[in-house]
Design a binder for this molecule. Structure first.
Ligand code: FAD
Length: 479
């Protein structure tokens, strides 16, 4: 019997246990489903759609080398996957597990339908070093604090990555029976206007490009790397907070789409524990934050919509979307909307924030330090709800995912797991002095910096800081 392998957030052929299992069962067909219809599934943002288009072109080419056809279909997974299995007469359907709430519900529905039709369905562990139910505190609860979580997880052995599988004979008969959508008909690429030029300059979506980046980053030594290239693992502790230096790996979209697996990254880094001990430890712990975000989402599927700390429900954030605002009337909402727009377009008058927002708009990515400073300005100084920022990032980031994005927004806002305490309000001027001391990063993204064309600061930092602290005290008392 043929086998069907259903690709999702694991767009790679190496270290892909579901693909291996399918090939071991028999002639294999691959499936990708554009699912915007299953209950609760969040439609992809614009930058993610752009990435996905190119990622699918790349995946189809890699699978072709293995003689595995890739079939594209659209619709709710619970209907589409069993139908595709039927169409190719598959006896076996395989996929790698997902951990978000609506995704798990969809996968359960698929599993039930596939089994009801007399086929086997098998799922695998591939996208995280740990599965969220594998780790628990001594009290048997999930982790809410990063340090003990990471101590436990990093102390474990993590399996070696699986090599790319060998291909198969061309499964001609099945291929003919399967209709596939034309990728172009999915309309994933922006057209009017086409804003994707700078994204295409910044990124090459796909598995091979992800591995090149990983090897370059892990292999590069301080002093030996090209000055504009990644500074590498050894220099990571010193350069990772300097946005002008490009000292981080830029692997986030490759991990997001599964071009690179966490096992591949973990073992690549572990190979340098001797020659770059500090760099490999610090970098591995960043991978740990990704794991922690997914651990949190699994146990709190409402991470993207609800404050994890309920006392924040009484905090008077502006929604800035015309929705209900606790804080005030129409005027307040109008102001909040204008401030949100200034923040989105990089016109707040705070250069490090504006540079970050423009980098995001142009390239679909923003440096982590700048993400923190920019998010803090939005939720603490401008008083706008973290959900408005999270939604903007969701639409504009090529690495946006259902766990890391809301997790980090809640972390900055103070409402999240192991969050930064609310009173820790980043000062964007002090942060710029420390992390972009020569203003190199700011100038790179703001050509009109220092001219009349650059906006005034949109908020008084001291006043807004005091107001935020006061609002927090009141919310805590009310909560
Ligand atoms: P590196 O420094 O090279 O880190 C290596 C990898 O570790 C990253 O690729 C990423 O997978 C992981 N990582 C590092 N920091 C974090 C973190 N704080 N949380 C989770 N994983 C982390 N990251 C996303 O992948 N998707 C998001 O949607 C996302 N939204 C964010 C929103 C806000 C408000 C903030 C403050 C941070 C967000 N991050 C998100 C985390 C972080 O900014 C990015 O992962 C990082 O900037 C990616 O660049 P890099 O690959 O060069 O990172």
């Amino acid at each position: 019997h043929p086998s069907l392998v259903w690709f999702r957030d694991d767009l790679r052929v190496a270290d892909n246990p579901a693909l291996r299992a399918a090939l071991a069962h028999g002639p294999t067909v691959a499936l990708y489903v554009l699912d915007q219809d299953s209950p609760g599934i969040r439609p992809l943002g614009g930058a993610a759609r752009w990435w996905l288009h190119h990622a699918l072109v790349d995946l189809a080419a890699s699978l072709k080398h293995l003689n595995v056809p890739l079939v594209l279909r659209r619709g709710p997974a619970a209907a589409v996957v069993p139908q595709a299995a039927e169409d190719c007469g598959a006896g076996h359907v395989a996929w790698n597990r997902r951990y978000g709430g609506p995704e798990r519900d969809a996968d359960s529905a698929v599993k039930a339908a596939v089994r009801a039709a007399g086929r086997t369905a098998e799922s695998f562990h591939a996208s995280l070093l740990h599965e969220p139910w594998e780790l628990a505190t001594r009290q048997g609860t999930h982790y809410r604090v990063f340090t003990p979580f990471w101590r436990e997880l990093s102390g474990r052995d993590h399996r070696n990555p699986l090599p790319a599988p060998r291909g198969q004979e061309s499964p001609r008969g099945i291929q003919a029976a399967l209709e596939s959508d034309d990728l172009a008909d999915w309309g994933l690429l922006p057209t009017r206007p086409d804003w994707s030029g700078p994204l295409a300059e910044a990124w090459e979506p796909g598995e091979a490009a992800g591995h090149r980046l990983l090897e370059e980053f892990v292999g590069a030594r301080s002093g030996r790397g090209a000055p504009t290239g990644p500074a590498g693992l050894a220099a990571y502790p010193d350069t990772r907070d300097l946005p002008a230096r490009g000292g981080t790996s830029r692997l986030s979209p490759y991990l997001r789409w599964g071009h690179v697996s966490p096992f591949q990254v973990w073992h690549a880094v572990a190979g340098h524990r001797r020659d770059a001990p500090e760099g490999s430890a610090v970098f591995a712990s960043e991978l740990g934050w990704r794991e922690f975000a997914w651990h949190t989402l699994y146990h709190r599927p409402d991470l993207g919509t609800a404050n994890l700390r309920p006392e924040f429900d009484a905090y008077p954030w502006h929604r800035a979307d015309g929705g209900d605002s606790r804080a005030g009337g129409a005027d307040d909402d109008g102001d909040a909307r204008a401030l949100l727009a200034a923040w989105q377009r990089g016109r707040t008058g705070f250069p490090i924030v504006d540079a970050g927002q423009r980098e995001l708009w142009a390239t679909g990515w923003m440096h982590n330090r700048v993400r923190m400073v920019s998010a803090s300005l939005l939720v603490k100084n401008l008083g706008i709800h973290w959900r408005a920022g999270e939604e903007w990032f969701w639409d504009t980031l090529v690495d946006a995912d259902a766990a890391s994005n809301p997790f980090n927004w809640q972390w900055v806002a103070g409402s999240g797991a192991d969050a930064s305490p609310f009173f820790r309000i980043f000062n964007p001027e002090a942060q710029a002095k420390k992390f972009d001391p020569d203003g190199e990063y700011a100038r790179a993204w703001i050509p009109e910096l220092g001219t009349d064309g650059y906006p005034e600061q949109c908020v008084d930092l001291a006043q807004s800081r005091a107001a935020a602290l006061e609002a927090y005290r009141e919310a805590k008392d009310a909560g």
